[in-house]
Design a protein around this ligand. Structure first.
Ligand code: UD1
Ligand code: CA
Length: 452
């Protein structure tokens, strides 16, 4: 089947009014990726790499976004929304290039499984002219019903055009169709708009093909495959299903999730076997975690790389560019941004490390801050291998601390420190015997005088 050429047409011209949003509906995200990009990924995974994107509402924003998630897709504008068949025909120029297979998908149906698309393409390879991906539901209201006769699919009837008898059918159109390229143009051009909504229905090609004696089949997929997002409640429902699938996949690949329902992944999270993730952890986009790491509770991780056997959190925040090498530790209430924490280095408590390198085996004391920003530019802090930074120090960048350098607690370091040097950046302590007692007495009598 891999030799068969395939074009995917993704319909995304709808307005999505029920989202109540300035953002085009299909750009709302699931797992940090626009829902239409999930559809693109599924198409690509099913070997349908040539893409036509039909846009309308918010066309400019859509074009811009598509450059990121589908740079090779060709965009077609459907000026007036006259129905799903009309929308597919907006991509006429692409379709008429002549493909073996044509897949039609909806941009607002993000949980489509590539397996269902592959199965549909297989039916085309076996000679079907039209393949409809259907699903069964106890509550079919709103969906097109699949009308079968003698085991053959003969028509799809939209809800508004159904008889009472047809409304009882629970086998529904998921909205995804595979059409033989050789028949596609002819069938689509024959669709009319004599129906309750006055629209050109893509679903009418089923009856047209069936009447011509062509082979039309319905394949059944699970309900999720057809879950269309119309409002933010459905968006959250889809997010929930996506997360549940991903957690399952992570656990089966050897990742321990102590409370899986509280861990959130992004579309691109990579996480190695034997890593343990404690409850309430958030993975934003761009995270790669190697095996054998431990991510403690309530950590927020985004754009970060964590090598094997690292220890992160609880309550750690790893921001984009955080790069933890093997066995590094970033502990509670620490934030790391655009910084390499070399092998075995420890950043354990209440610390900000930004635009920096922390050398192998270095120890960063509680409350250390890299002062990386002067209000205009970001500056770099380089901390050498085996250095020791005493608690509550401010390292004012640009600054370098040499290998094995030692920083006294409470220092403000503004000048670079050579290898193995000790630097104090604070006032020297002065101790006056008996002075504490004297002060206490003075303050006490002042208070008595004031009360009188
Ligand atoms: C459609 C199917 C229905 C199926 C259901 C599954 C048709 C006629 N009906 O109904 O059988 O059960 O999906 O969810 O196909 N679009 C355009 N341009 C248009 C019209 C639609 O781009 O002119 C896009 C929409 O943005 C959307 C998709 O096509 O992404 C589906 O359109 P929609 O109006 O939501 O179809 P349904 O009534 O849900
Ligand atoms: Ca819909």
């Amino acid at each position: 089947m891999s030799q068969r050429s395939c074009l995917s047409v993704i319909l995304a011209a709808g307005e999505g009014t029920r989202m109540k949003s300035a953002l085009p509906k299909v750009l709302h995200q699931i797992a940090g990726l626009p829902m239409v990009a999930h559809v693109v990924k599924a198409a690509e995974a099913a070997g349908a790499g040539d893409l036509a994107l039909v846009i309308g509402h918010g066309a400019e924003e859509m074009r811009k976004a598509a450059q990121k998630f589908a740079p090779k897709a060709e965009a077609f504008v459907q000026e007036k929304r006259l129905g799903t068949a009309h929308a597919v025909l907006a991509a006429r120029a692409a379709i008429s290039k002549g493909y073996d297979d044509l897949l039609v998908m909806f941009g607002d149906t993000p949980l489509i499984d590539p397996g269902a698309l592959t199965a549909a393409r297989l039916k085309l390879a076996q000679g079907a002219a039209v393949v409809v991906i259907g699903f069964c539901t106890a509550n079919p209201t709103g969906y097109g019903r699949l009308i079968e006769k003698g085991g053959k699919l003969v028509a799809i009837r939209e809800e508004k055009d159904c008889s009472d008898e047809e409304k009882k059918i629970t086998f529904c159109n998921g909205g995804l169709m595979a059409i033989a390229g050789s028949q596609a143009m002819k069938l689509l051009d024959a669709v009319g708009n004599r129906n309750a909504k006055g629209e050109y229905y893509l679903t009418d090609i089923v009856e047209l093909a069936s009447n011509q004696g062509l082979d039309v089949v319905a394949t059944e997929a699970s309900f999720e495959n057809a879950l269309g997002i119309n409002n933010r409640a459905e968006l959250a429902q889809a997010e929930g299903i996506w997360q549940a699938r991903r957690r399952q996949e992570a656990m089966l690949s050897g990742v321990t999730l102590i409370a899986p329902e509280t861990v959130y992944f992004s579309h691109d999270t990579e996480i190695g076997a034997d890593t343990i993730v404690e409850p309430n952890v958030w993975f934003g986009p761009g995270v790669k975690i190697a095996g054998g790491a431990r991510i403690h509770a309530f950590s927020h991780i985004e754009g970060a790389i964590v090598a094997a056997h690292c220890d992160v959190g609880p309550f750690a925040r790893l921001r984009p560019g955080a790069d933890l090498k093997q066995k590094a530790k970033v502990g509670n209430f620490c934030e790391v941004k655009q910084a390499v924490i070399e092998e075995g280095a420890k950043v354990n408590h209440l610390t900000y490390i930004g635009d920096a390198r922390v050398g192998a085996g270095a120890n960063i004391g509680a409350g250390t801050i890299t002062c990386n920003y002067d209000g205009y530019l970001k500056h770099f802090t380089d901390i050498g291998e085996g250095a020791f930074v005493g608690s509550n120090s401010s390292l004012v960048a640009p600054v370098t601390i040499g290998k094995g350098g030692y920083i006294a607690s409470g220092s403000v370091i503004t000048e670079s420190v050579p290898d193995d040097a000790l630097a104090f950046g604070r006032a020297r302590q002065k101790t006056i015997p008996g002075k504490g007692k004297e002060l206490r007495e003075r303050f006490a009598s002042a208070a008595v005088a004031k009360k009188r």
